[in-house]
Ligand binder design. Structure first.
Ligand SMILES: [Zn+2]
Length: 304
């Protein structure tokens, strides 16, 4: 297992230094937010502002004057970090976004993700996850009092019981069961016809990754995992998961699909899997490169 140097997944490889030591430096944050080199991405409903430039769409990174002219008063400001040249980046809660209509529109990250650059996906994905966490965690989980945003958007403190709450990350294992020269993909009923993907499930308290992989593979497909090979991980901001990709070698190919969760499962040969990721299979297709399932399949096809 080697996780560095290169993560193949969308939402990884942020170009920013998170500069965590600046999060409590209000004077620095205020100056950075108003500085000439600041980049501010407005978000509405956890969707980034998108501006059409010619026939291309780009995220609406704004300067201070434009962003604050259009944003609601007192809008939540999240410090994302600084780029290689020291330029600070922020996300700004744009409320219902109506005042930004003169510039562009707010687009769902999942729908437009494949059209964004790797850098923009990583920065805006992080912003989306944190802003959605704030929206859903306004009250202290210990005592129920309304909590306050601190640390430049990276923590909520309870004024009553003094508890500190950090943005949550939900770990999910996603695995490709492999037996010999075949791999198992499955589909959910709600997916587009013909789409197949890897198995996945939330990791539970008390479970190491490999035991969650074994449990989910048994629950969903009735297959016994004999070896779990770490592939890569992916921040997946829907709403704030961390996908942990594993290639799971299984004892046999006698699957029993849990039809409560899944519609069906299907074994694909390596040749068929190559066609799936190339988009050339006759009656099935895999998730796009944007999804870690695609990267798992690609690695198995190319490297075994
Ligand atoms: Zn509290």
């Amino acid at each position: 297992m080697t996780l560095l140097p290169r993560n193949p997944n969308a939402f990884a490889r942020s170009p920013l230094d998170r500069a965590g030591h600046r999060r409590r430096d209000q004077a620095w944050l205020d100056a950075a937010f108003e500085g000439a080199d600041v980049q501010i991405i407005p978000m509405s409903g956890f969707r980034p502002l998108v501006i059409e430039v010619g026939d291309r769409a780009a995220p609406g990174w704004l300067d201070h004057a434009t962003a604050t002219r259009l944003a609601p008063r007192g809008a939540l400001r999240l410090f994302l970090g600084v780029d290689a040249k020291g330029g600070p980046h922020f996300a700004l809660d744009a409320g219902d976004g109506a005042s930004f209509a003169e510039l562009g529109r707010f687009e769902d990250l999942r729908m437009m993700g494949a059209r964004l650059s790797s850098d923009d996906l990583a920065m805006i994905g992080a912003a989306k996850a944190v802003l959605e966490w704030h929206a859903k965690h306004g009250f202290c989980a210990s005592c129920g009092a309304a909590s306050a945003i601190v640390e430049a958007g990276w923590r909520r403190d309870c004024p009553q019981c003094k508890a500190e709450h950090y943005p949550r990350v939900d770990p999910v294992c996603i695995m490709l069961p492999v037996f010999g020269e075949t791999c198992l993909l499955a589909r959910q009923r709600m997916w587009p016809s013909g789409m197949y993907s890897a198995l996945a499930g939330y990791i539970e308290p008390g479970e190491p990754i490999e035991e969650a992989v074994a449990r989910e593979t048994m629950e969903e497909a009735g297959l016994r995992v004999i070896e779990a090979r770490m592939h890569s991980t992916q921040p997946w901001p829907f709403p704030y998961s961390l996908m942990i990709g594993v290639i799971a070698l299984v004892a046999d190919d006698k699957e029993t699909i849990d039809t409560e969760e899944l519609e069906t499962g299907r074994w694909f040969s390596r040749e068929e899997a190559a066609l799936l990721i190339a988009g050339k299979h006759a009656d099935a297709f895999a998730p796009p490169p944007f999804a870690i399932a695609h990267q798992l399949l690609k690695t198995w096809v190319e490297d075994g």
